[in-house]
Design a binder for this molecule. Structure first.
Ligand SMILES: [Zn+2]
Length: 127
């Protein structure tokens, strides 16, 4: 079963598992738009998914901080291979550095009004 995405107009063929296809059909969204819909509307964060409750948006990109790791030499996988990010919330509520940041992708223009920037990347963080 296929439908036209009400957000972006792409044709969605729903070649996914039963639940995903049913969700896409119910929302009349394509797989890509559903990612952003869930980012905004899932009631709670699903493990390993980006969610508005825990992510920041900077420069039109979604980032989730997995929590800075003090001694990263223990073989753990770190987001961006341990690259240090320095974030500042646009409302001034928080500023911090993390070496465990995960990228949620660049937000398509059609979602930017609903998912605006909440933070900025201050500068290249010290190594
Ligand atoms: Zn779409």
């Amino acid at each position: 079963m296929s439908h036209t995405c009400v957000k972006c107009g792409d044709q969605e063929e729903c070649h996914y598992n039963e639940k995903t296809s049913a969700d896409l059909t119910a929302r009349q969204l394509c797989f890509s738009c559903d990612f952003y819909w869930r980012f905004l509307n899932d009631p709670v964060k699903t493990p390993n998914r980006h969610h508005h409750s825990t992510a920041v948006v900077a420069g039109g990109n979604i980032y989730t901080d997995g929590g800075n790791v003090e001694n990263p030499g223990d073989g753990r996988f770190l987001g961006f291979a341990g690259h240090r990010f320095h974030f500042r919330m646009l409302d001034g509520s928080r500023e911090w550095v993390s070496n465990n940041v995960w990228h949620g992708g660049e937000i398509p223009q059609i979602w930017r009004d609903e998912i605006p920037d909440t933070a900025e990347i201050v500068r290249p963080a010290p190594v």
